[in-house]
Design a protein around this ligand. Sequence first.
Ligand SMILES: O=C(O)CCC(=O)C(=O)O
Ligand SMILES: [Fe+2]
Length: 311
Amino acid sequence: MIPRIDAKALIDPNDPGHANARAAAVTGAADIGFLTVYNTPISARTVRDVIETYRAFFHLPAGQKAAYDMAQTGSNRGWGAQGSEQVDPSANPDYKQVFDCGLPVAEHAPLAALNLPAYAPNIWPDQPAGFAETLPAYYRDTVAFALDLLCAIADAVGEDGAYFRDKFSHPMALLRGNFYPERPAWATDKDFGIATHTDYGCLTLLATDGSAGLEVRKRGGGWIPVAAPPGEFVINFGEMLEMWTAKRIVATPHRVIGTDAERISVPLFFNPNHDADVSPKGGDPIMAVDHLQKRFNETYVHLKDAVNPKD
Ligand SMILES: O=C(O)CCC(=O)C(=O)O
Ligand SMILES: [Fe+2]
């Protein structure tokens, strides 16, 4: 069973439900690698708004989205077409589309000067109206919520929660809209909305439209479906946090096969500062930006082709 946790009780040490919420968080983070949260500071209405904003963009004709295509622009921000990412080398590239944005680096000149793809300036399409207002506001609010959750969960598993706080002062956090059209008629057993993978970063705060689709791999084999309505979130943990905590917190594989209904999900991949050392205590240093870029190079089809040309 994936625990469903009162977010306020988990974050607030004075809440009467704090001890219970912490215990459930330990099960979620240390055993399963997934949990869901309710009673969050992000309203259902806000999440519905964000989802409909992405939907309006994804429904634009491909020709209009092409101007923002990461494979063309080379930026780490903007649109990823169907087939632009292959998260599992033994599966075909995913049939989802994505749109990515991140930290507003224009407000952080020293970060922009680093010239790292993880701190690329955001790219905002002209349409739909409101895109460039709705998403930055959601980004700001979810980054703050994700940090509170991460510190509380780290603390619950026996790490020093406060230690993590300043490692996220300029996070390489990436906000993504995932668009799953209905499962294509041509899809084979090697085709997925998103094939089996673990997330790369620390904590993923996933909003969905409430529909089914996401499945979590069980330790003993088999898959468990997980869903959360708008305003509630699915939380899972990525490779960096698994390394950083020496597996006190686990990164669990998951996938979306897809159904005959369109589906939108909105993960915030809460990655730390570029120079955070995410190695376990006593290990050789691993810079967060190096791990992230390595995983981008392994999954984005246009980056793979650049590193490993086919002809
Ligand atoms: O769409 C979902 O529910 C999950 C998406 C996901 O796993 C991802 O984007 O990493
Ligand atoms: Fe994922």
